[in-house]
Write a protein that binds this ligand. Structure first.
Ligand code: AMP
Length: 222
């Protein structure tokens, strides 16, 4: 029997741990990790036209225009690497994007059996700001560190790739505040949207990385 295509999306405020867990999940399931934030930062690094537009919104902690993100996502989701499913992190981020995702899936999934789950990282907001301002990541493998809570073995160096770690330009207190405002205004309504469709599971995202991972795996396999 053919396996169902596994489509997983993730909701939760900035720095709720989605990036760390979805990176690991993608390796575990052998499915691609599609992360809109990283895709947009790659466009910025290339200094493409799309990157230039994206930068002006990212620097302010606002959502990048929907057409730009939807184009990038559609190309990715329709590609061969996603034929057995995907771990989608950072999209959708508004009701409009959620509707776009439904359209995209309808188009690319014709005749396929699919399993769609939205997983909501439920977390106490108090700890999130410190996670953001001390966050670092590896530009090569995407591993996420935190100077305070999860430091690399050698300061500012990836444990696996041994390349210098990067701090995201938008990981400062001021931009973080507006990213939270954007999240509560535009993205949080998706929790009800997916709950009403009966595809939402709430994940308790408090605790260590391994504790959250154990809970996540149960949901994904359940
Ligand atoms: P992230 O790496 O997921 O925290 O995203 C960083 C920034 O990229 C966000 O603050 C937005 O400006 C932009 N971004 C990421 N995903 C989206 C999306 N689905 N729609 C619009 N903007 C996005």
């Amino acid at each position: 029997m053919q396996k169902k295509k596994k489509e997983l999306i993730f909701l939760g405020p900035p720095a709720c741990g989605k990036g760390t867990q979805t990176n690991r999940l993608s390796e575990f399931l052998g499915l691609p990790h599609i992360d809109t934030g990283s895709l947009l930062r790659a466009e910025i690094a290339k200094e493409s036209e799309e990157g230039k537009i994206a930068k002006s919104f990212i620097d302010k902690g606002q959502l990048v225009p929907v057409e730009l993100v939807a184009r990038i996502i559609k190309n990715k989701l329709a590609s061969k690497e996603c034929e057995n499913g995907y771990v989608l992190d950072g999209f959708p981020r508004s009701l409009e994007q959620a509707e776009q995702l439904e359209e995209i899936n309808k188009e690319i999934d014709a005749g396929k059996e699919t399993s769609f789950k939205a997983i909501y990282f439920d977390i106490d907001q108090q700890i999130l700001l410190e996670r953001i301002i001390y966050r670092q990541s590896c530009p090569q493998c995407g591993e996420i560190y935190n100077k305070k809570f999860k430091p690399s073995k050698v300061e500012n160096e990836c444990d696996k790739c041994h390349v210098p770690l990067k701090t995201r330009a938008d990981d400062n207190a001021e931009t973080a505040k507006s990213r939270f405002d954007t999240y509560f205004r535009e993205t949080a309504p998706l929790i009800d949207f997916y709950e009403n469709k009966g595809v939402l599971t709430k994940l308790d995202a408090m605790g260590s990385i391994d504790e959250v991972w154990e809970r996540l795996i149960k949901i994904v396999n359940g």
